[in-house]
Design a binder for this molecule. Structure first.
Ligand SMILES: *Cc1c(COP(=O)(O)O)cnc(C)c1O
Length: 393
């Protein structure tokens, strides 16, 4: 039967009935260990009791009233995000692309307010992913994502990821900002060197640019710190988060500080759904768990142990895995075989993962996994690698 759903995804023929913690149960009765987490979204696992309670409580109270009115749960989430970060002010929306879009608009208006309207260009990096709107595909610069959608939104200059000299060269009289993922997700789990982020901060300060971080994928505890850039000691002016913040409920947020936080004034930006009571109740419940004492320590410890065990793969299966990358529970296996073949073999073995560019397989488990889940995943990874190594032999 032909599906009425638009055919804009290459979907696997697999449907799930329910989820529980790091497990997904398929319609055919099979159980999968979920190390994709809906692409780093269900960071607290499926149907976390605290999130279910917050969502159902709010569902019986008030769903939506619009930003015509004060929303106390929104004020509370903003203030908690601000206390836990560099930020003074937060704008809520419904997705990562919208959070980036808010930041991009903010950057232009910030420079305009400062009497520099000619500064509108943003320096971005090869391998970046910032979303699927017209502006965010231009920012990402991927030829595949841009194909067929000309004219490309003007205002982005892309340089190689990690190349500080190229950034310095790219800064011109029309440059407004630098936009970077502290850890590239879609680009293949590429971790920015702390010295690179420190260098970007210095370039931005020297030229009066906004430094904007895209933590849509790497934020909210994924790397073992609340935000990935906190490993580097560098503070941005603007930051987009989304995926993990809602634990599966659609939420995006754009965080800013200082003068940048006063840039978007009434009438200049907005959204109907963003920051509604239902979403904000879930976001606050996510923070209850992620900010609880010991939670991020657990992510760091689990990530280190898992990574140490993954590091043995390239020697065991040199024809399958070339290298292990990442930080915390944002890990990548750079493949020798085609990455989609490893994703398929892992699925056959009962482990769900996500492919990325640069021939990488992403491991993005729920942050609540324990050693038993990590061991169960490793067992499945060895199984899948052995199958592919046998085929190659
Ligand atoms: C997923 C992602 C986005 C886009 O988020 P959507 O919710 O799909 O719009 C932007 N930036 C990064 C780094 C992402 O991983």
């Amino acid at each position: 039967m032909a599906s009425a759903v638009m055919q804009n995804y290459r979907r696997l023929d697999l449907a799930f009935q329910r989820g529980e913690g790091p497990w997904l149960f398929a319609e055919d009765g099979r159980r999968y260990l979920d190390f994709g987490a809906g692409i780093a979204v269900t960071g607290l696992g499926h149907c976390h009791p605290h999130l279910v309670a917050a969502l159902t409580r709010q569902a019986e109270t008030l769903w939506h009233c619009s930003n015509l009115y004060r929303i106390p749960e929104q004020e509370r989430l903003a203030s908690r995000l601000a206390s836990a970060s560099f930020a003074d002010a937060v704008f809520f929306c419904n997705s990562g692309a919208e959070a980036i879009e808010c930041g991009l608009k903010l950057v232009r208006k910030y420079q305009d307010d400062a009497g520099r309207p000619e500064r509108y260009r943003v320096i971005t990096f090869a391998g970046a992913f910032h979303g699927r709107t017209l502006a965010t595909i231009a920012a990402g610069g991927s030829a595949n994502a841009l194909a067929g959608f000309d004219p490309v939104v003007d205002g982005f200059d892309q340089v190689p990821f990690g190349d500080l000299d190229a950034v310095r060269t790219a800064v011109g009289e029309r440059t407004a900002a630098i936009l970077v993922e502290p850890v590239q997700g879609e680009g293949g789990i590429r971790v920015a060197d702390p010295a690179f982020l420190q260098g970007l901060r210095a370039v931005a300060d020297g030229a009066g640019l906004i430094l904007m971080f895209d933590e849509v994928q790497c934020g909210i505890g994924r790397t073992g710190r609340l935000f990935a850039h906190q490993w580097s000691g560098v503070v941005p002016d603007v930051m987009a988060v989304a995926k993990g913040l809602g634990g599966g409920f659609p939420i995006g947020a754009c965080l800013t500080a200082g003068q940048a936080a006063r840039t978007l004034t009434p009438g200049s930006h907005g959204t109907t759904f963003g920051g509604n009571p239902l979403a904000m109740a879930v976001g606050n419940a996510v923070l209850d768990v992620v900010l609880a004492p010991g939670f991020l320590d657990h992510v760091r410890r689990t990530g280190e142990v898992l990574r140490a065990q993954l590091e043995r793969l390239p020697a065991h299966y040199p024809g399958v895995v070339a290298e292990v990358r990442g930080i915390g529970l944002m890990l990548g296996l750079k493949c020798v075989v085609e990455n989609r073949r490893l994703v398929a073999a892992l699925m056959d073995a009962g482990l769900l993962t996500v492919p990325a560019s640069d021939n990488v397989v992403r491991l993005l488990p729920a942050l609540i996994i324990d050693q038993e889940h990590a061991d169960a995943a490793l067992e499945r990874i060895h199984q899948a690698c052995a199958v592919l190594a046998d085929k190659a032999a």
